[in-house]
Design a protein. Structure first.
Length: 238
């Protein structure tokens, strides 16, 4: 028996087992999908998708976070989604999901499983359970995009930063046996990355973060933000 091959197969299956849309598939169904979804690794800052490198594939995010954003004619970036592990994204006309002028950037070292158009149709859309969950995910993502656009117009920079931090805090994995329940949520982002997510400059972002830290909402360290008071931060988000 080739143990390396067996380990690779188990790793791919585990990748999919973490995804909500596959939650009730049996082992044989999981193995079939895993065989059609090879894993790829991207380093923080790498671009997975761009208008210059279009590809009609579906990404299934196993590890890390992905920022989906657009760039305006004057060079400003608007974050349209922050993708957390266990969900899907990508250019896939079959799913009614279009990236068009969007970019997808790895915020952390990231691992994704990748499915082609043909395999999405064969394994996902042909299964009513999975297709319904995909529809629900895309519906929530559209609502999130509308909220982001509204925030960008009506909220102050400080409110947008608080909103972004609150969103990222809620995306944290639940506490486990190795993670104390009382631990404050920590967000691994540089000020420059957070500024990009909130649609502002690094200098302005740093000023706002220091103000929140002075008021006891946050604790700042290099490349890491600890949320000390999630409720007050949520209030600050408006």
């Amino acid at each position: 028996m080739n143990h390396a091959t067996s380990d690779d197969d188990a790793e791919r299956t585990w990748c999919l087992a973490e995804v909500d849309i596959f939650c009730d598939l049996n082992e044989a169904e999981m193995e079939a999908i895993a065989a059609a979804a090879p894993m790829k690794t991207y380093h923080a800052g790498e671009i997975l998708y761009s208008p210059n490198r279009p590809s009609e594939v579906l990404f299934i995010l196993k590890k890390g976070r992905i920022r989906v954003f657009r760039v305006s004619a004057d060079g400003r970036a608007l974050t349209t989604a922050i993708i957390s592990p266990g969900t899907i994204f990508g250019e896939m006309v079959l799913l009614g999901q279009h990236m068009y002028d969007n970019y997808a950037e790895a915020l952390d070292d990231t691992v994704v499983c990748v499915m082609s158009r043909t395999d999405v149709h064969k394994f996902l859309l042909s299964d009513a359970r999975i297709a319904a969950r995909i529809t629900a995910i895309l519906g929530r993502r559209l609502a999130d995009l509308e909220q982001r656009l509204s925030d960008n117009v009506f909220k102050t920079v400080a409110q947008r930063i608080a909103t972004t931090l609150t969103t990222l805090t809620h995306a944290q994995p639940p506490a486990g046996p190795l993670r104390p329940v009382g631990r404050h949520p920590q967000i691994t982002l540089t000020h420059e990355q957070l500024a990009a997510l909130a649609g502002t400059t690094r200098e302005t972002c740093t000023k706002v973060l220091r103000d929140y830290a002075d008021h006891g909402l946050l604790r700042l360290a290099r490349g890491r933000i600890t949320v000390l008071d999630p409720e007050r931060l949520k209030d600050a988000a408006g």
